[in-house]
Design a protein around this ligand. Structure first.
Ligand code: UT7
Length: 340
């Protein structure tokens, strides 16, 4: 008989302890975007709901890591924790410019965690809810005590300025939460999945090896088949939202808030209609002034709702993120405290 391995600690409840965001200062209007694409403010607003977005300062200022650290520091402040109390950092991003080392290790170092575990998660616009699910289960199982989860993107780096099928949609920013143990259930079970057969609908083209071997072609950019993604999102997501609510034992009509990924106001209108949400459920609409910030969109949308009084700390919200993969993830949560 070999040595006995100690069993896992008893499972515990988890909650969002604090939220912080970083919104770049530079506001980019539809008129500015239309200087380089054949489109109009009217077309962009009517098809997507977007009036403006923010772009980070020119590379390398206001980098992905800078924005992640800024949002992370505010989340720590809201959670009333120091960096040294964070033992795990998870960064959800698809726009960190280096594949090695991972962004999370830099963020863990710059926030003074003193050697926290650090990993990046790449799941496109669904990334934040994937990372939140992993973080909650790590704390629940006792593997981690306090996890900093960051969603951060510089989509202005990865969308071609003259491509009218993507340039007007995306924006830059970061949002972060601290996940920790709790007496009450503050984060419900995660539901997630993917449809890789439709993966081409949002893709990088060409890949980096292909580009290195054929440097005459265009550099890698994000390509999106908007209508295919629109159809998938508008007609599949309400089913997953119901699964998320069912797993949490909450009727969608009893929610205080619905925070869908901010990809297109029209997609979210369809999901809200299919879910038959009553007017008592506040619906996030941060896309109007922020655009689609991919993995940062859910925490940025939560922050807007808390800051403007649409919801308050402790309210029940259903988070639902979706995008590249095509993949989706979500959970029901109690809204966290916001950094002042
Ligand atoms: O975050 C990751 C997940 N992403 C999403 O969820 C995005 C999902 N997709 C969408 O949000 C929408 O598909 C878009 C907003 C990207 C596009 O809206 P759409 O209603 O699907 O437009 P469309 O691509 O079907 O194009 C309609 C028309 C076409 O012209 P014709 O063929 O009807 O004459 C396009 O050529 O609009 C034209 N068009 C534009 N016109 C002005 C396409 N892009 C533009 C543009 N400005 N930027």
């Amino acid at each position: 008989m070999g040595a006995q391995i100690a069993g896992p600690a008893p499972l515990r409840n988890t909650a969002l302890l604090g939220l912080g965001v970083h919104r770049p200062e530079r506001v980019v209007t539809n008129a500015e975007i239309c200087e380089l694409i054949d489109s109009s403010d009217e077309w962009i607003q009517s098809r997507s709901g977007i009036k403006s977005r923010r772009f980070a300062k020119a590379h390398p200022e206001e980098s992905v890591a800078d924005m992640a650290v800024s949002a992370g520091a505010k989340a720590l402040e809201a959670a009333r924790l120091s960096g040294a109390q964070i033992d795990t950092v998870i960064v959800a991003t698809s726009t960190y410019p280096m594949q090695t080392p991972q962004c999370a290790a830099t963020v863990a170092d710059r926030l003074g965690t003193g050697g926290a575990g650090a990993l990046d998660i790449s799941a496109g616009c669904a990334g934040f809810c994937y990372a939140l699910g992993v973080a909650s289960d790590l704390v629940r199982a006792g593997t981690a005590e306090h996890v900093l989860v960051v969603g951060v993107e510089r989509m202005s780096d990865t969308t071609e300025p003259t491509d009218r099928s993507v340039r007007f949609i995306f924006g830059d920013g970061a949002g972060a939460v601290v996940v920790g143990p709790s007496d009450e259930v503050g984060i419900g079970p995660t539901v997630w999945g993917s449809d890789g057969a439709q993966g081409n609908a949002i893709r990088q083209e060409p890949d980096w090896v292909d580009f290195a071997q054929n440097p005459d072609q265009k550099r890698p950019w994000i390509i999106m088949e908007g209508t295919a993604v629109f159809r998938w999102a508008a007609f599949e997501m309400s089913k997953f939202a119901r699964q998320i609510a069912d797993k949490a034992g909450v009727a969608v009509t009893d929610l205080d808030a619905f925070v869908p990924h901010q990809a297109n106001l029209r997609i979210n209108d369809v999901i809200v209609k299919q879910l038959e949400l009553p007017d008592t459920v506040a619906v996030a609409d941060d896309i109007i002034e922020t655009g689609n910030t991919s993995a940062a969109s859910i925490p940025l949308a939560m922050e807007k709702m808390l800051r403007t009084g649409q919801v308050k700390e402790g309210d029940t919200a259903l988070l639902l993120a979706f995008g590249a993969g095509l993949s989706y993830a979500g959970q029901v949560v109690k809204m966290p405290r916001l950094a002042q």
